[in-house]
Design a binder for this molecule. Sequence first.
Ligand SMILES: Nc1ncnc2c1ncn2[C@@H]1O[C@H](COP(=O)(O)OP(=O)(O)OP(=O)(O)O)[C@@H](O)[C@H]1O
Length: 304
Amino acid sequence: MKLEVKGLKKSFSGNEVLHGISFSVESGKALGLLGRNGAGKTTTIRILMDVFKADCGEILIDGKKFEPRNYQIGYLPEERGLYPKKKVTEQIVYLAQLRGVSAKDAKENTKVWLKKLGIEEYANRTLDSLSKGNQQKVQLAQTLVCNPEIVILDEPFSGLDPVNAQILKDTVRELISQNKLVIFSSHQMSYVEEFCEEIAIVNKGEVVLSGNLKEIKKEFGNNRLILSANNLTLSGLESICKDKFKDLVIVNEVKKNYLILELFDSVNKNQLLENILKENVEIETFSIYDPDLTDIFVKKVGEE
Ligand SMILES: Nc1ncnc2c1ncn2[C@@H]1O[C@H](COP(=O)(O)OP(=O)(O)OP(=O)(O)O)[C@@H](O)[C@H]1O
């Protein structure tokens, strides 16, 4: 399956908050919807789930209009919506049946998910007697109990400690390997980086960068190098670069232990290396810059 979101616009009380959101994702892949607070991630997801209507734009699945009610979708909303006073198993089974799962499968699947997420001991407890992280896992079990083909998780890592975050990561990986189509929104780049093949960075209601993460990284790292020296401080090295190599590179960033340099288009790495050696710089590191998603995010969102 291929889900395509095309040109979504949405206003609230005359204030446009989405200005034409587009991205696409296929089964067997996860798309990370990234953005700062208020960027428009949740609004986009709510339009996908038919909670809101878009003012314009379209959502297609395999080229046809996407109707959420025709698909088994596991949606973990940003505002978690379970019954605090109901027992864990009771409510998951009940909600699974509402979503068309038979009573027998609902009970079995609930057991499987509670075990998988390490919360089977709370099966007969009321939700409000559980910690926030465990409530979050109950909500996740409820999201996945109907064996959805599309999984949409809005900030699924919030409130989880590192051990539980790992359980969630393993779960998402498993969903991807089962050929599910996964979309999740997050501020936490490291999670996205670990298992999302595709990303869409939303800023102020617009997608400022989208596509295959590996390709984006390659493109972003293109012509960028890391340089550090044994015989110079970083500021000394920076001065040399700005003074002696100003026709070859610009200093893109000064990190804690190295400089990030950007080569001019007509310059190759060997030319720069020859010049560095001529200046008696004792090279400690001279390598291709491999950006992480946080670097890319800060650069993209910072620029807008
Ligand atoms: N029901 C609503 N009525 C009015 N404005 C809204 C409504 N829902 C969202 N907005 C506005 O739309 C913008 C985008 O909000 P949205 O919740 O989609 O952002 P987000 O990227 O999910 O943020 P966060 O990461 O903080 O959850 C914000 O300016 C928000 O105030």
